[in-house]
Design a protein around this ligand. Structure first.
Ligand SMILES: Cc1cc2nc3c(=O)[nH]c(=O)nc-3n(C[C@H](O)[C@H](O)[C@H](O)COP(=O)(O)OP(=O)(O)OC[C@H]3O[C@@H](n4cnc5c(N)ncnc54)[C@H](O)[C@@H]3O)c2cc1C
Length: 430
């Protein structure tokens, strides 16, 4: 019989999505001995923008310029929303600290303290977000100033059309022009994928070829918009070099998922956290969780779809950042929604018939998008009477109830702020 390795730790973070990563950053900042575990998350699909609070109420689609005023109104109207578990100053500290981590991880973000910024989406619409990757910031500036701008797409790159983006934006931005080129670094007839193009542009010779292909068409353009393909590991150097070669400001526009900015975020945070002593168990899941008499949790680690325990974690506390259905933190069965690991009560509509509205595009959203774990003010999942189920189990991110991050445009903000709250509550117990 093989011996199964047992890892001992103070804190285990279940999840490597935005909430899990943010929790790991805050834990390492607080010097808490931490193990993190998870498989691929929503992060690799994310545009890279950090939304804090954009839309409230959902049914009227009211879009807010000032995210902090939006949070005030949201908390007044929805006292069960996870943001209501934090003071506004704590949400601000969480965002500021996380943006400092991003700077330290060499993935800087730009933002206006009290104002959302308008940015261009992959389909050419404009949305408001809070923090913008440096590589996309010149696009927000160009959109605001409406100066002369060239947008380029590439033959073979699916679902990214410079013409569509220009057509959508021309009414408010007449000096925007589209251009389609063959991507010079790969075969002409190949289907192109953003990750493959980003890797190609890490090579200097390919950047020179790309600049040579674009230069004849620049005309009076003051800035140049490209799909988000400007390198995975060295995005700053890739963009700086192209700017030097072409003499204009260059910005990225997100592509449809999986997205290069999301992959960059994941890679950079993994390196950053490893450097700060967080022990990551990558591409594995917690299969079973059990609480011992001494209060510690014993977690079995293995592969998805397997019952075989490969290693064990014995931990003083857990932050569950397992996401909703995509992350598999929640499971939608035939009759009800379950939390599969700790069998925690899940807030949900009384009957499956109420999960979705009959109109999929109903502006009110769907009741299933408010399902999740209810928590107390210390981010501990509660039972039906509002009592914490375990004093050393905390939850953060999209697994929480009473929020619809996608429609409210608060995905990253909610993940970061609740991760901050959960780590702070865990630390108090030490
Ligand atoms: C297509 C798309 C676009 C987005 N765009 C934006 C955007 O523009 N702006 C923005 O702010 N946000 C955006 N987001 C949202 C954001 O990236 C996060 O997905 C969201 O905030 C939820 O993060 P999370 O960490 O709570 O959950 P998830 O990202 O779902 O992560 C859950 C994690 O838990 C792990 N897990 C679950 N169960 C277990 C288990 N038993 N054992 C181990 N690990 C487990 C999963 O493997 C995964 O790592 C986007 C998301 C998607 C999907």
């Amino acid at each position: 019989m093989t011996d199964i390795k047992t890892n001992h730790t103070k804190l285990t973070i279940i999840g490597t999505g935005m909430a899990g990563m943010a929790a790991a950053c805050f834990a390492s900042y607080n010097r808490i001995d931490t193990i993190q575990i998870g498989v691929n998350s929503g992060m690799i699909y994310s545009s890279g923008f950090f939304d804090l609070m954009g839309i409230h109420p959902i049914d009227t689609q009211l879009s807010w310029n000032n995210p902090w005023q939006a949070i005030d109104q949201l908390v007044a109207d929805m006292p069960n929303h996870p943001y209501a578990r934090l003071r506004k100053s704590e949400i601000e500290t969480a965002m500021n600290q996380f943006l400092e981590f991003m700077e330290a991880a060499d993935r800087p973000y730009m933002f206006n303290k009290n104002q959302n910024t308008e940015v261009i989406t992959p389909v050419g619409t404009v949305k408001r977000t809070y923090a913008v990757p440096l590589s996309m910031w010149a696009g927000a500036v160009a959109l605001k100033e409406r100066h002369s701008c060239l947008i380029v797409d590439f033959v073979g790159l699916k679902a990214f059309s410079a013409k569509q983006i220009a057509d959508m934006l021309t009414p408010r931005w007449p000096k925007i022009r589209p251009l389609r080129l063959s991507f010079p670094a790969v075969g002409a007839s190949a289907d192109l994928y953003p990750e493959q193009m980003a890797r190609a542009l890490e090579v200097e010779a390919n950047r020179i070829k790309l600049a040579d292909a674009i230069r004849p068409y620049l005309g009076d353009a003051k800035s140049l918009g490209l799909p988000a393909i400007l390198g995975i590991y060295k995005p700053r150097q890739v963009r700086n070099h192209l700017e030097e070669l072409l003499g204009v400001n260059i910005f990225e526009i997100p592509t449809i998922p999986p997205s290069v900015p999301g992959i960059r975020l994941k890679e950079a945070l993994e390196v950053f956290l490893a450097g700060r002593g967080v022990r990551l168990i990558p591409q594995k899941r917690i299969l079973f969780a059990k609480r011992q008499k001494n209060g510690k949790f014993v977690l079995s680690v293995g592969d998805h779809g397997s019952d075989e325990t490969e290693q064990i974690i014995e931990t003083d506390g857990v932050i569950l950042a397992g996401g909703r259905f995509l992350g598999m933190g929640l499971y939608a069965g035939r009759k009800q929604i379950q939390e599969p690991l700790f069998d925690l009560p899940v807030f949900q509509p009384g009957d499956r018939a109420y999960w979705h509205q009959s109109n999929f595009f109903d502006t009110k959203g769907h009741q299933i998008s408010q399902a999740g774990l209810e928590i107390d003010h210390s981010f501990r999942p509660t039972d039906l009477k509002g009592k914490p189920v375990y004093d050393n189990l905390f939850a953060a991110g999209s697994i929480l109830a009473h929020q619809d991050w996608m429609r409210q445009k608060c995905g990253a903000g909610l993940a970061i702020a609740t991760a901050y709250g959960a780590v702070k509550a865990f630390k108090k117990r030490l």
